[in-house]
Design a protein around this ligand. Structure first.
Ligand code: ADP
Ligand code: MG
Length: 343
């Protein structure tokens, strides 16, 4: 196993439009778990297919350690990359039992006998399905079927496991269960994983690093907590987590993390300034404060453990906040903002 390296990778499908992937550089450390996050059509699947060997980059290069997988002139075929790709549909053989489904890639490679049985058993125990070896896919739950698909991709001991929105069609409950399965699968298998999703909460919950893409470009790659606390730019700020993006006149040279006393001053002097900056305010940093800025409650959404509030600032801009007490639309609601982040 080794580090997966994408160096200035571009993909032009030759359709005359923009590039599907533009000069994307990225490293996934051995055993790492990277989520590729971005809106539909931003190029995530294309990146994954280039890593797997189903598409060739038109520029740049892809390496696994020292080994060149592909560039514009060279292309190692998928079957020689020792990678496994998991799709949204599990594509299990309905007429084969679980063990035969999992062992199928070994059969194709001509592996049989004791080695075959041992590998199938190992793969099944990694996804905790040892006791289901004889069952048919039709007799399993959706989550169990997905675990069979994972075991099947693991059975050949791939260096890299590629997953393309595997949870996209699941209901919320099963999604949470499967997120835990994926995390555990990563820990137990030790495989390097690249996980494509358009769902930011999934990316944040699962991966050790999140790479945010938009329109073929990589905007930021960092640990989930860093992406959340220090997003680079308006696109990442809007894509990851909840919050409101305000336009405020910020004096030059201010630190990017802005505290309440600085914010109060900025708000007071708002009218006299001309240069505006985008400021991200997370709802958990907006707290009720009788001495704060007087907002009006626009709407209230009950979320079970709390209320999610949409507030209007005096200048008409929107803030989002959480409250444990019930408030009504139209109420006056003065708030303080603990911290804000200049995008
Ligand atoms: P995502 O997975 O993020 O939704 P894709 O990688 O599937 O995005 O697509 C990125 C862009 O590349 C889209 O504009 C899509 O239409 C285009 N694209 C993807 N595959 C092909 C292809 N085989 N031929 C032409 N254009 C393609
Ligand atoms: Mg896709």
């Amino acid at each position: 196993m080794a580090k997966l390296i994408l160096n200035h990778v571009s993909k032009d499908f030759g359709t005359g439009g923009r590039l599907a992937v533009k000069a994307l550089s990225l490293e996934v450390r051995e055993g790492g778990f990277l989520a590729l996050l971005g809106p539909s059509g931003c190029g995530k699947t294309t990146v994954l297919r280039m890593i797997a060997g189903f598409e060739q980059p038109t520029d740049g290069s892809i390496h696994l350690g020292e080994r060149l997988l592909a560039d514009a002139a060279n292309m190692l075929p998928p079957e020689r990359r020792n990678m496994a790709m998991v799709f949204q549909s599990y594509a299990l053989w309905p007429h084969m039992n679980v063990a035969d489904n999992v062992g199928y890639p070994l059969k194709v490679r001509g592996i049989s006998g004791e080695r075959y049985r041992q590998k199938v058993h190992e793969a099944l125990s990694t996804v905790r399905l040892e006791d289901y070896a004889e069952r048919r896919p039709a007799d399993l739950s959706g989550g169990q079927r997905q675990r069979v698909a994972l075991a099947r991709c693991l059975v050949t001991s791939p260096d890299v496991v590629l997953l393309d929105e595997p949870l996209a069609n699941l209901d919320r409950h099963l999604k949470k269960e499967m997120e835990e399965t994926f995390r555990e699968f990563h820990q137990r298998s030790g495989a390097t994983m690249v996980y494509v999703t358009h769902d930011q909460s999934e990316a944040m919950a699962l991966a050790s690093d999140v790479a945010v893409m938009s329109e073929g470009r990589l905007l930021q790659v960092a640990a989930p907590a860093d992406i959340y606390a220090r997003p680079e730019g308006r696109l990442v700020g809007g894509l990851v987590g909840q919050g409101a993006i305000l336009s405020l006149a910020i004096p030059d040279g201010k630190p990017r993390l802005i505290d309440w006393s600085a914010l109060k001053t900025i708000w007071r002097e708002q009218g006299s300034k001309t240069a505006y900056a985008d400021i991200l305010v997370r709802p958990e940093d907006v707290v009720a404060d009788a001495d704060g800025i007087s907002c009006r409650v626009d709407s209230v959404l009950y979320e079970g453990e709390r209320y999610a509030l949409k507030l209007s600032l005096p200048d008409g801009q929107i803030l989002r906040a959480y409250s444990r007490e019930t408030v009504k639309p139209g109420d006056v609601y003065p708030v303080a903002v603990r911290t804000a982040w200049r995008l």
